[in-house]
Design a binder for this molecule. Sequence first.
Ligand code: SAH
Ligand code: SF4
Ligand code: F3S
Length: 463
Amino acid sequence: MKDTVLDKYIPIGTFADSPQYTNNTEKKLYVETYGCQMNFADTEIVNGIMGKNGYDVTENIDDSAIILLNTCSIRENAEYRIYQRLNELKKLKKQNSKLIIGIIGCMAERLKRGLMTKKSVVDLVLGPDEYRKLPSLIDNLVDNGEKGIAVRLSRVETYEDVIPIRKEGVSAWLSVMRGCDKFCTYCVVPYTRGRERSRELEGVANEVRKLWDEGFRDVTLLGQNVNSYQSGDNDFADLLKACAIAAPEMRIRFTTSHPHDLSMKLIETIAEYDNLCNYIHLPVQSGSNRILDLMKREYTIDHYLSIMNNIKRIIPDVTLSTDIITGFCTETEDDHKMTLDVMREVKYDGAYMFKYSPREKTKAWDMGDDIDEEIKTRRLVDIVELQRDISEEKNKETVGNIYDVVIEGLSKKSDKMLFGRTDGNKTVIVPVNGSASMTGEKVKVKINRANSATLFGEVIHSI
Ligand code: SAH
Ligand code: SF4
Ligand code: F3S
């Protein structure tokens, strides 16, 4: 299969009457990624599969023969953005009818053939478990003009053997499990990503070591629900431990845990190993037990708070973040106030906050969407403002402290500044001080000032 693809795509520019082959872009692939970190990791897997089949990855859309949008379905807005983007891509397709446009990822899985209407510019639709079919579907499209669709979900696919093509850098993503069996009533992920399955422990630990050898200094292990990780008798805490030992200086993070089954063993493992970052993202979603029950989250606020207290007690200086949905069906002002109370009690360092967006086929879809848009918006503003105040207060407490910071590169706002992260995942800005070559180094930084989003400091000395 690989060879056929190569044959098809070797540029034969010597044929003057073959305009489609006059430049060298036939094998160039451009992928645009939307959604969560799992999608970003998947794009690297797609690039790995395509690279092995003779394609070059380009970051310049004008240079590409194939454009893939790796999409997200989590909220209506996420899908709306993709339709807008497809409209823009129409122009490119008009200029170059040979351009191949594909939709991959969660939206492909959810909408399937629905994305291939007559008027649509979409040539390919591939769900998250079908990426190995990309080369042959492209082949068939070029050969026979047939649009390609592959949306079967798998119980076993983990792309274990695929070597992802990652951008050089300091931090890397690494998917350790795929899918979700939780079926929270509002969520499309179990439908778009299918059943839970895990990569083998040794393979993951070896990859973490390899990433260290390649120059990465910070890795995030990914899964929709990492607590369900299982490889033989090993659970997620065992995996973290194995990775911590395989690369003792690599900073290791993970996302996401589910509060229902976050174990004491996991908390204790994080506390035990220095290079397991003292940062936990634990989505609470709502502060009201009644709403949590409707969401089928399988925990109460008391249970959630007791986990948080254990985490704070066992992991010193831990940094905490969460996800919150506001305006879920039947949410009252009292329910909303309970969410604000939980935020005040836990004092999260950060939060991702969303207005509830009903998704077809989920259980909550049938419960209705009875909270007015204005009320949803006002409640969202309430929680965003409260979180901003808490984040600012917590960040200001760091002023005067000294932290180990891994420098990740030049700050986006100024080439006289560098940015990096603390162990607790806080962004820190420091002056360049002569050279930008500190990228990848761990340095000691004294914090001089802070706002709700960022810490600002100076490098004391390299470690
Ligand atoms: N697996 C992770 C996160 C999945 S999606 C977890 O369970 O924590 C990321 C976040 O998007 C969720 O935590 C939730 O806060 C939000 N989300 C999911 N479905 C949503 C919906 N229908 N409307 C609004 N927000 C949603
Ligand atoms: Fe969605 Fe719940 Fe699974 Fe998270 S745990 S991906 S919110 S169903
Ligand atoms: Fe979106 Fe799919 Fe991730 S729906 S949040 S890209 S798993």
